[in-house]
Design a protein around this ligand. Sequence first.
Ligand SMILES: Nc1nc2c(c(=O)[nH]1)N[C@H]1C(S)=C(S)[C@@H](COP(=O)(O)OP(=O)(O)OC[C@H]3O[C@@H](n4cnc5c(=O)[nH]c(N)nc54)[C@H](O)[C@@H]3O)O[C@H]1N2
Ligand SMILES: Nc1nc2c(c(=O)[nH]1)N[C@H]1C(S)=C(S)[C@@H](COP(=O)(O)OP(=O)(O)OC[C@H]3O[C@@H](n4cnc5c(=O)[nH]c(N)nc54)[C@H](O)[C@@H]3O)O[C@H]1N2
Ligand SMILES: [Mo]
Length: 715
Amino acid sequence: MTSTDASGSARRVRTACSYDCGGRCLLEVEVSGDRVQHIGTDAAPDSRVQACGRGLAQGEVARAPDRLTRPLRRVGERGSGDFVPISWDEALTTVAGELARVRDHHGPESVFLMDSYGSLGALHNTSNTARRFFSLFGGSTTRWGNTSLEGAIFASRATFGAALTGSTRDTFLSSRLIFLWGWNPVVTRFGPDTVGYLEKARQGGARIVCVDPRRSPSAVALADEWVPIRPGTDAAMLIAMAHVMITEGLHDRSFLATHTAGFDLFADSVRGTADGVPKTPQWAEAITGVPARTIERLAREYATIRPAALCAGWAPGRSAFGEQYHRAAQVLCAMTGNLGVEGGWVAGGTGILPLGSLAKSLPVPKASGPVLHGTELYDALLRGKAGGYPADLKLLYVVGSNFLNQFLNVNHGVEALKAPEFVVAHELFLTPTARHADVVLPVTHFLERDDVGQPWAGGPYVMGMEKALEPLGETRSDLEIFTELASRLGIADYNGKTDAEWLREFVAATPGLPAFETLKREGVHRLDPDRPWVAFREQIEDPTGHPFRTPSGKIEIYSQKLAELGDPLIPPVPTFLTAWEGPGHALAARYPLQLVSPHSRGRINSQGGNIPRLKALADDELWLNPEDAAHRGIASGDRVRVSSDRGELSVIARVTDRIVPGVVSLDAGAWYRPDGTGVDRGGSVNVLTGGRRSPGGAFPGSTCLVEVDKEAPQR
Ligand SMILES: Nc1nc2c(c(=O)[nH]1)N[C@H]1C(S)=C(S)[C@@H](COP(=O)(O)OP(=O)(O)OC[C@H]3O[C@@H](n4cnc5c(=O)[nH]c(N)nc54)[C@H](O)[C@@H]3O)O[C@H]1N2
Ligand SMILES: Nc1nc2c(c(=O)[nH]1)N[C@H]1C(S)=C(S)[C@@H](COP(=O)(O)OP(=O)(O)OC[C@H]3O[C@@H](n4cnc5c(=O)[nH]c(N)nc54)[C@H](O)[C@@H]3O)O[C@H]1N2
Ligand SMILES: [Mo]
């Protein structure tokens, strides 16, 4: 444990963010007394773990004036924000009492655990701490459907029999062509080393093409070519690229014969043998808005310039039939033989690499209990069993999630949050979600805890995290809170160890790591392999010895498992399916513009939305094309009303040709702040979004039609 230097002179500690951005970047924190004087990242042993502006602002986050420091009990209506501070004893007694009451009277499935990605340390992990508790509690209803990449996970399982498809970023140094397809790592990072390797690849002669409805910061900084595309139509463009390769004989026949199953069935579908519609570049042009000639050229380039990396981002997959886009991208990777080789890339999910990764984190015993997809939560809260859901949800338990802001259809959420008998949230701040809780339990910030962490993928290193500050006020970690609740509820075995004991155990179980105390002092420990880690290298180099974990043992272009589902909306070969909300849909008469909602430079999802230094980094204006603006008499700087079938918000417009006509963009994560008339003045984009999950489970944030009008000046 570190202690504050009595003389008040500064000390330095090394830690890393535990946020859900794929980072885990080095923070060198200079602390004096209870304050962070400065956070730097320059002494990093190499540029590959350097922190971004969000990391460097964590001193302000941890000591923000609106940090919650005491447990709160609601006194006004839900959502009113009227709370009074209470003691921990009262808070824990109330929460334990409600948990026991609901479990004993209605069954544990009447508790819904809403855990999310607030903190992703190995120990202080908002999901593991909560899931461990509720497993031992007797179960609960939980959520399925990863908001980030469920489409990619679904597709990767079908195609490769694996959810994890990550490679280390140094593989880009061998790439001669790189597609940033709906991927904007200049803002979203995906590990602190991604952009550096992309820059190096480009300096070494790789051509970079960005396919995105927006000329994103990555398109500006990294790309040789920007290909604007209509949101939600990527599968059509990819399938048309396959058409070009097939008709021109550019596909890698020997790779396909050795490693894949079902290519002929896909080729039939591309040619239109059964439906009479050949999936030509002209066909795709009408759907995507991308000129047929561009599609042809890019198909030829991807098939002939090798090795090439098709980095298929997750945003295009967070759409109506998002999994089809991922499946199509995966098939193209296989058709060009760019899989399992250095310089190639597997379009898919990601995940901690199976190399020297941290062997242990807080264990979560298996629990049985019903699951609901995140997009079903509000309807389930409102209708329960009568609506066909597995339980009547009486108690909502929220840990590390600002779902009201971050899930689709905020107004529906506000209605649904009136329904449960009791709502608890563990939070740092009174977020839009926490405002709707009955009891809010104040948690520590990661700068106030020891931990260890590892980035999502591609970052072959482990970070030791040393506590820099004492917990603010009366805050406690999620682990401490659950430990207390477990003891009040008579749950044995939730936590019999100190933090240091857990952490020593996790680190000791991992070959190649120094002891926890050393790791904590050093900060970064790299586990670099001697050559790039490439997903599926073994399967490609030695197909007999290392089959894929699919029914055929091969890359399944035609998926036997999907065929067995017999669901026309989950076809066995990648297929473009028209979204349930989009151009040409009846709703487009009233709401003619498509909306995308990228992740912000100034936030991690919604986190940072209340911090001035981070707000200043964010771009919270609505981007719209000059053509669309002219029709509506809108100029940059005008306040506009954006409306959808689900709600309305008010923001400032930016007119820019960096977005394709017919599409507008507003970054996700600004905090919901409704005025008296139900219009959101905070610019929380999910006031506009809505709808059901994709058949494969993707969270369809970018399937959304809106209209934009100039707002009459306020009096
Ligand atoms: N700064 C920052 N970094 C983050 C996060 C954050 O909030 N802030 N969040 C983290 C998390 S949780 C995640 S899951 C990742 C998200 O990472 P991504 O999903 O990659 O990020 P997005 O910003 O949503 O989208 C990337 C790009 O896709 C484009 N796009 C949107 N829809 C489509 C489409 O239909 N087709 C095509 N071709 N392009 C499209 C957007 O314009 C954007 O430029 O980022 C992580 N990193
Ligand atoms: N329209 C649209 N919506 C989107 C997206 C999009 O692209 N467009 N992206 C989606 C994606 S990819 C994601 S991942 C989701 C994210 O959805 P969430 O995971 O709900 O997003 P966050 O805003 O990161 O909320 C995490 C909360 O945890 C709290 N927190 C931080 N540390 C701790 C801790 O140690 N303990 C506890 N108890 N709490 C802590 C933070 O204060 C914050 O309020 O949003 C999704 N929503
Ligand atoms: Mo995410």
